[in-house]
Design a protein around this ligand. Structure first.
Ligand SMILES: [Zn+2]
Length: 379
């Protein structure tokens, strides 16, 4: 009798597991359908109202001109362009992503060596650009790209997609209990590729100095150091759980972030997670900055184990806060960037990673896709 009961229970568990998997499958299928429909709709109905023009001024400086050619006032995400911060203490915040593709006379790409940052989603990241208005600012490429020669002919293209939002969509947008801005639903956002302008640009007298000059070493205080240690320890724990999880294969979480099941990509991401696990187990050099520039943390691909942290990273330093896992996962995002780990880029952040999964070759090289995999697989 006992045996019979046991087998019934087993069967019940099996059925429950099966229906759970079915509902998971349908949930993800529905999400996929909705996002792909949105993608198709936005491609069909929207043409980019923003145009970008770059001009070479002198040295390694460019004049960057953004124009709203549309008939409505818009907000654009300042994260998507090398926009200078309002903070005058840090007039040259430098670049937070690879905004340009630069090639030399032989068509070889000039590597981006500047910082890659995890940026906070805040109300302040949205900047107004009125219909017919142009915004003009200067951009310095010095220290951001590894130019092979001091003088040469380079072709520079602006390659970053720019997110724009209707002016009415952002007003009255709520904040959560932590005072954080709640980003718009994907339906309210309007992500469009910006126009690409190519120019033959001569950059004279580029001094190849340490790319870290701009982000000079700045020590962290005891409170900051303690929060960094706690979150980095937790990063080790959650990455360990994710490494065990990925051994189970490409489940719904994996598919949502890295695209349809593919054994080559599964092996690549699995090896990547193991490398991240190794990197978070090592000791790192922490740099803490006082200026708030919209970033949580940043690093450079070519500076392994050296990470910059900004005031927003230390906003709520309690292990019971809902920020604990988020901030822990920021370390794994940074670790994935280093060339000796995976050498990831920042193609998409946050909920945009689900859309990036449609392009698996990019998704498996995107830092935030690994961060989100680790967060979800370790639950
Ligand atoms: Zn990044």
């Amino acid at each position: 009798m006992n045996l019979f009961k046991l087998s019934t229970k087993r069967r019940e568990n099996g059925t429950r597991k099966f229906s759970f998997l079915i509902s998971l499958f349908f949930t993800f299928f529905t999400i996929l359908m909705i996002t792909s429909c949105e993608f198709m709709m936005s491609n069909k109905s929207e043409s980019n109202p923003i145009s970008v023009e770059i001009e070479h001024t002198s040295g390694a400086e460019l004049n960057f001109i953004m124009t709203n050619n549309g008939s409505t006032d818009l907000y654009f995400s300042s994260h998507d362009v090398p926009y200078p911060p309002a903070d005058t203490e840090d007039p040259n915040r430098g670049h937070f992503n690879q905004y340009f593709n630069i090639t030399d006379e032989n068509g070889l790409e000039v590597p981006y060596i500047g910082l890659l940052a995890v940026l906070e989603q805040t109300r302040e990241m949205w900047k107004l650009i009125k219909s017919g208005e142009s915004i003009n600012f200067s951009v310095n490429l010095h220290g951001e790209y590894q130019f092979p020669t001091l003088t040469g002919n380079y072709k520079i293209e602006f390659i970053s997609p720019v997110t724009v939002m209707d002016i009415h969509a952002i007003e009255g947008r709520a904040v959560n209990e932590d005072g954080d801005f709640i980003p718009g639903d994907d339906g309210l956002k309007n992500t469009v590729d910006s126009n690409i302008v190519e120019s033959e640009i001569v950059i004279p007298n580029v001094i190849l100095e340490d790319s870290e000059t701009r982000a000079a070493t700045s020590p962290c205080n005891a409170t900051q150091k303690s929060w960094l240690d706690k979150t980095k320890n937790n990063a080790k724990t959650i990455t360990g759980k994710a490494v065990s999880h990925i051994n189970g294969g490409s489940d719904a979480i994996w598919v949502a972030l890295f695209g349809s099941a593919n054994s080559k990509n599964l092996t690549f991401t699995s090896n990547g997670l193991k490398k991240i696990q190794g990197a978070v187990g090592k000791s790192w050099t922490y740099n803490c900055h006082n200026t708030s520039n919209g970033a949580l943390a940043a690093t450079s691909k070519s500076s392994p184990y050296k990470v910059h942290y900004y005031p927003a990273f230390f906003k709520n330093t309690s292990e019971t806060s809902n920020k604990f896992v988020m901030m822990s996962s920021v370390h794994v995002h940074e670790a994935s960037h280093w060339n000796e780990v995976i050498g990831t880029s920042d193609f998409a952040y946050y909920s945009d990673c689900a859309k990036l999964a449609k392009t698996p070759s990019k998704a498996i090289m995107n830092a935030d896709s690994y961060r989100q995999y680790i967060v979800n697989a370790s639950k």
